[in-house]
Design a protein around this ligand. Structure first.
Ligand code: X5A
Ligand code: ZN
Length: 875
């Protein structure tokens, strides 16, 4: 029935060879005013159910413009006789194929209540159709605007024009800013930033947070004599005033606003405001703790009230609790949709109340008040000496889960550096590099709209190193490595656990199922607990490294460069008995052309592809197995079929061995480039895949275990102990990798996998290939039990077309052959059609059937129209 075809021709088969992918379509239900919270993803199309339009983004220069007007797909044609099709009537006959030739519905019996219900249902459905069509009319096919770029850096020498007149050794001093500036110039960071002009905050802006009386009092200090300044200062806690203090505090606040505005407008990606005096202790009617005006609080209110943001996250990693900020927002009136607009997170030294500002409000029990409950998150440390591991844990376990749930539109950081190692006040041990990591973690939020405002930091050395490290992350530099393996200390864990316990009631992301609550009959749990007798025993990690020393900061690496390795020859591995097999050559050709379309490919450094050598394959596979695979080269189809069927879910052709060697070799090439420092990181677009391959067996489309080989190879090349982390996000369990490394402590493997039947059970129900970078799914698993889809012969039909000397094999479904959907598309100019016959969607841009979860509303509706009931199992 099937004849093997030359691979090159095969790749050009008619169905999926087009490089352009479908724009994913997203249908969204919105309440009024919410539309700016919907973000378009690259190449994605959004239409709204209620008819409200998503503000179109200007087209991305890298993407070709699409048809400017887009009509709805052929739902009109899809409407059953019971539903009025609208003015034009059905524009085409029922779809072709067996499905389309179904018998008409049986004649009505007696009218009555059921009939009235049916009509009511039809009316509602009609309304939904109208809504859907209306939504489709507003399809916005413009691509996403370019990602903002540029890191803003705001600084003004003017900000050094005040100091404590009566205490020359006061820690909050002008040298803090000058030494930071010198360091940033030295490190070459200033020239990589976009300068942002400092400016004064207006009175109106200060009044967003502070009272008019307090503002007037601060303004009056500009003309005071030293004696009066000192007397006034002494009526507050830990502040000094200088004749220039008021001016500089206004300049500091305005400077944060200047950076925030450029980030919100998209002129800059992120930014840093180098300012003093600090701000986070200042309250509505009080200066305190070296602070006059609360710059970050003003910026948050400004973002909300003047720039219309709904959610702002404030992260305060200054070693002191920003009680001023907390007080300002803890009972802040809600803004919209019952959600307070500002989430305040502070990690600080507390010492059970013994550390300044000595307030019970700084404990984790303070969670906000009224509508603001849960939107103040305090993480108090009860011991000095907290390390990188403690701060990283605080972020990973507490802040980030909440932040990802909150989905801020802007992140403001009260960036003090007094938790840095060597700071006289903080007495903590945080390395400068850690500030790069903390900053980097926040960049995943708010589309990268992160603004750092300097707060404390009184050891000039660690202050300047810390600022430099944080700025490096804003600029996109890779984070400097942290000191060797380390875990949070017991006291830190206690603080984190307590805060988690308190905030789990507000944030589902913090909820965990207790191990004790799991069924004891669950063998896995018992087994895992059995190993340690129930007592947690921390893993022992090899090769601990020395603690970081301030004396020898790691050399700064050049800006990140990403490697890309790909070789066309990997497409020569193909399934000659089933060209619809999901692991097909087009997976890599399409991936690569998508990278090209998006302009990503030309931003990478192309790395040389190569074949994995025999000794390299032996790093993970047995000599017998390698020999057995090598022997498949040149076998005849019948022998190849037999060779493949020895294994679970494996096919082979004459070129499979070479393709598998190439896939593995390309990954090794990427490892070479990364370890040599030629690139910061790399992507290998390879097939066949590898993670199911066992030491002596192919498995699940995989021949050689490329990733496992790469891990072993990296350790070999490095010539020193190297800890390797393998993250396997394939939907299937990487059984091969696990078996290879189960007993190797140098390789940690982690899986994020669904409970899926494979690889435990074999069968022929393939899940769709999962490419996280591509938002489309081709050729979905067609096992959805619907009356039409269960007809076996409708899909696929095969035809072979002679094209000159070669043969091009095309697998076409019967609907394509009959041409109904194509005809409709040609006639209507619709970019996409949904078949009423079997709910498949055809995309003319891709010339392929596509599926995406966002098509589901349309499919559900079509199913309802056709069968009068709900679509059974979802795709
Ligand atoms: C911003 C900052 C410290 C206040 C300490 C008062 N303030 N003892 O770090
Ligand atoms: Zn501080």
């Amino acid at each position: 029935m099937v004849s093997p075809t030359p691979p090159s021709a095969h790749v050009q088969g008619n169905c999926v060879a087009q490089p352009r992918l479908p724009r994913a379509v997203r249908m969204v239900s919105l309440r009024a005013g919410q539309s700016d919270s919907i973000r378009q993803r690259p190449g994605e199309t959004i239409f709204l159910k209620g008819g409200e339009q998503v503000k179109p983004f200007p087209p991305h220069p890298d993407l070709q413009p699409l048809t400017p007007t887009c009509n709805p797909p052929c739902l009109a044609a899809a409407m059953p006789p019971g539903v009025s099709p609208g003015p034009e009537g059905p524009s085409a006959p029922a779809p072709s194929g067996r499905a389309g030739r179904r018998a008409p519905p049986p004649p009505r019996r007696s009218p009555g209540l059921p009939e009235a219900k049916r009509r009511g249902r039809a009316r509602r459905l009609h309304q939904e159709v109208a809504e859907l069509q209306d939504g489709l009319q507003h399809l916005d096919l413009a691509a996403e605007k370019p990602v903002p770029s540029g890191t803003g850096l705001a600084y003004d020498k003017e900000l050094t024009s005040f100091h404590c007149l009566w205490d020359k050794s006061f820690p909050e001093c002008p040298a803090r800013l000058t030494s930071i500036w010198t360091k940033l110039v030295e490190d070459g960071l200033v020239e990589r930033c976009v300068p942002v002009q400092a400016r004064l905050a207006t009175e109106e802006e200060i009044l967003l947070v502070h009272s008019p009386q307090f503002l007037a009092l601060m303004a009056s200090t500009a003309d005071m004599e030293e004696g009066k300044l000192r007397a006034l200062s002494d009526t507050y806690d830990s502040v000094y005033l200088h004749p220039n203090s008021y001016h500089c505090a206004r300049l500091a606040a305005g400077t944060v606003l200047a950076v925030v505005d450029k980030v919100l407008s998209g002129e800059l990606r992120n930014g840093l405001a180098l300012i003093r005096p600090p701000g986070h202790h200042a309250q509505r009617e009080r200066m305190e703790g070296y602070c006059l005006f609360n710059h970050v609080a003003i910026a948050a209110r400004h973002a909300r009230e003047r720039r219309g943001l709904q959610r702002v996250l404030i992260v305060d990693w200054d070693v002191h609790h920003g009680q001023g900020t907390q007080f300002i927002f803890e009972d802040d009136p809600r803004v919209s949709y019952n959600t307070p607009s500002v989430l305040y997170f502070s990690v600080h030294r507390y010492d059970n109340g013994a550390f300044w500002p000595h307030l019970p409000d700084s404990d984790s029990s303070a969670v906000g008040r009224g509508q603001g409950c849960g939107f103040t998150i305090n993480l108090p440390w009860n011991q000095p000496g907290m390390t990188d591991a403690d701060y990283i844990s605080a972020f990973l376990q507490l802040l980030l889960p909440v932040a990802f749930e909150f989905q801020p539109q802007l992140v403001l950081v009260a960036a003090g550096f007094d938790a840095a190692i060597g700071d006289p006040k903080g007495q903590m041990l945080v390395s400068p590099a850690c500030f790069a990591h903390l900053t980097h973690m926040l960049l995943a939020l708010a589309g990268g709209k992160v603004v750092l405002a300097l707060e404390g930091g009184y050891n000039l050395h660690s202050l300047t190193e810390g600022v430099s490290a944080a700025l490096g992350s804003l600029l996109g530099d890779p984070c400097p490595p942290l000191a060797g393996p380390a875990a949070p200390c017991p006291s830190a864990l206690q603080s984190i656990s307590k805060a988690l316990g308190i905030h789990a009631q507000f944030w589902p992301s913090l909820q965990h199922v207790e191990v004790s609550a799991l069924s004891t009959e669950d063998e896995g749990v018992e087994e895992a607990l059995g190993e340690t007798g129930g007592v947690p025993s921390p893993v022992e990690l090899p090769c601990p490294e020395a603690l970081p020393s301030l004396e020898a900061p790691p050399p700064r690496r050049p800006p990140a460069c990403t490697g890309l390795v790909y070789d066309e020859r990997m497409t020569q591995h193909y399934n000659m008995w089933d060209s619809q097999h999901p692991e097909r050559p087009q997976r890599v050709t399409r991936a690569l052309s998508r990278l090209q379309e998006l302009g990503l490919e030309r931003r990478c450094l192309r790395l040389p592809p190569r074949l994995a050598t025999e000794p390299e394959l032996l790093l993970c596979h047995s000599p017998e197995y390698v020999a057995r695979l090598r022997a498949t080269v040149g076998l005849r189809p019948r022998e190849l079929h037999r060779a493949g069927s020895r294994y679970n879910s494996v096919y082979m052709c004459g070129e499979s061995f070479e393709a598998a060697c190439l896939a593995a070799g390309c990954v090794l090439s990427a490892v070479d480039a990364v370890l040599a420092g030629q690139v910061q990181n790399a992507v290998a677009v390879v097939r066949p895949p590898g993670h199911h391959a066992e030491p002596d067996a192919a498995c699940g489309f995989c021949l050689f275990n490329s990733v496992a080989l790469a891990a072993r190879y990296a350790q070999q090349v490095a010539g020193r102990p190297l800890r390797v982390l393998i993250l396997d996000w394939d939907i299937h369990h990487g059984n091969g990798i696990q078996h290879i490394f189960e007993e190797d402590p140098r390789v940690a493997t982690t899986w994020q996998q669904q409970q899926s039947p494979w690889p435990r059970a074999s069968g022929h129900c393939w899940e769709t290939p999962h490419w996280p970078h591509l938002q489309s799914w081709h050729y979905p698993c067609l096992h959805t039990p619907s009356p039409v889809l269960s007809m076996p012969s409708a899909w696929p039909a095969l035809c072979t077309v002679p094209t000159g000397p070669a043969f091009v094999s095309m697998v076409l479904c019967s609907r394509y052959v009959a041409g109904h959907m194509v005809a409709h598309g040609d006639a209507s100019g619709h970019p996409m059609v949904l078949s009423f016959a079997d709910l498949s969607a055809w995309c003319y841009d891709c010339e392929a059937y596509i599926h995406h979860p966002t098509l589901l509303p349309a499919k559900i509706l079509a199913h309802r129209l056709k069968f009068g009931n709900e679509l059974p199992a979802l795709l």
